[in-house]
Design a protein around this ligand. Structure first.
Ligand SMILES: [Mg+2]
Ligand SMILES: [Zn+2]
Length: 180
């Protein structure tokens, strides 16, 4: 069994420009403490899987090449800190495309766990939107909601079936909860 944690990108690892998109590397800012938090996760023996919606591509707001440029540079910053992640999975479809991978759909998670044995009861998805909580639940894993990014706006939506297993102020706090 592998120990993994699924993590959303915008609003968790980097600052989400609410109402806009991270369109170039110049728009990209790490959330405070995020790199240190990712490193702690790895050092604890968990592997990191990135799960991110990037509808701005499908909706024509920025080109796909821009996403890969940002991704390459983000991974280079990770590497400087000794952070190597297991895999990254993006939905590039527009918001209205009706695809099976845009969260709260679970296509990206399914893609990520091909050839991966893991225990859903001990696996978390960390995200900043109510739809992240919904996706994690649909996929049958546990969820941690963070108050960064859309978190402050979405926290009020977390009622009934959308109650996460934990609410954290940010990724660093989520790591405190996650690690034994
Ligand atoms: Mg997000
Ligand atoms: Zn998609």
């Amino acid at each position: 069994m592998k120990k993994v944690v699924f993590i959303d990108r915008d609003g968790v690892i980097n600052v989400d420009p609410i109402g806009d998109y991270v369109k170039t590397w110049d728009d990209f800012r790490f959330e405070k403490g995020a790199l240190e938090a990712l490193k702690r996760i790895l050092d604890s023996g968990l592997e990191i899987i990135l799960i991110s919606n990037q509808a701005g591509i499908g909706d024509g707001v920025y080109p796909e090449a821009s996403l890969w440029d940002i991704h390459k540079k983000m991974l280079a910053e990770f590497k400087k800190k000794g952070i190597l992640i297991r895999s990254s999975h993006f939905c590039l479809h527009g918001k209205q495309a009706g695809c099976g991978c845009r969260k709260p759909e679970i296509g990206l998670f399914k893609e990520a766990v091909k050839d991966l044995a893991y225990d859903p009861q001990k696996t978390y998805f960390v995200g900043d939107k109510a739809t992240d909580v919904e996706a994690g639940k649909r996929f049958g894993i546990k969820t941690i909601f963070v108050r960064t990014g859309h978190g402050r706006l979405d926290e009020k939506k977390l009622t009934g079936k959308l109650k996460p297993d934990h609410i954290a102020n940010n990724l660093s706090d989520a790591v405190e909860f996650l690690l034994p």
